[in-house]
Design a protein around this ligand. Structure first.
Ligand SMILES: Cc1cc2nc3c(=O)[nH]c(=O)nc-3n(C[C@H](O)[C@H](O)[C@H](O)COP(=O)(O)O)c2cc1C
Length: 155
């Protein structure tokens, strides 16, 4: 199967950390990359593969992105991938994937990395994860995107 049309939808509210990852993946996948607030839900059916990315805010993805997904019709078999950036850098993408699976998306990849945070108590120490995502995170995001192409095109 040939991968032709890729859409990446992302929410990146705090420091554009997730946007950096979205753009890096978008370059590799030659994707249309749009903010959650600019998505036209009726356009999703035009794409072969859809990425959903978000910063993590109070242990969950952006409410706007979650609402967008919850309001979609069943997307049975539509290929998707997920990515997050967060202070902890742990696998928050699992929960986003679960939300997509309720709509019967076929989630073929998950990516998570750390992002700079100076919100709340972290302001006192002028933030943590300075410079993240950094060049090495961007390289990993690009490698992840290449792997998606391999997975998608596998017969
Ligand atoms: C209001 C707020 C709440 C946050 N809550 C969490 C959290 O629960 N767990 C975590 O690991 N990081 C948390 N963070 C850190 C962000 O997930 C991290 O900075 C992320 O990279 C932000 O992505 P963005 O710049 O694309 O918005 C929070 C940040 C903000 C601003």
């Amino acid at each position: 199967m040939v991968l032709t049309e890729v859409l990446i939808i992302y929410s990146s509210i705090h420091h554009q950390n997730t946007e950096k990852i979205a753009i890096a993946m978008g370059e590799v996948l030659n994707a249309k990359t749009v903010k959650t607030t600019d998505v036209k839900p009726e356009d999703l059916s035009k794409f072969d593969l859809i990425g959903f990315g978000s910063g993590i805010y109070a242990m969950r993805a952006d409410d706007g992105l979650l609402h967008l997904i919850e309001n979609l019709p069943q997307m049975t078999g539509k290929k998707a991938f997920v990515f997050t950036t967060s202070g902890m850098g742990i696998a928050f993408s699992g929960s986003l994937a679960k939300t997509l699976r309720k709509k019967e998306f076929d989630v073929i990849g998950k990516f998570d990395c750390r992002g700079f945070v100076d919100w709340g108590p972290f302001r006192l120490v002028r933030g943590v994860n300075k410079g993240k995502p950094d060049d090495s995170d961007i390289a990993m995001a690009k490698e992840f995107a290449k792997e998606l192409i391999r997975k998608f095109t596998k017969p």
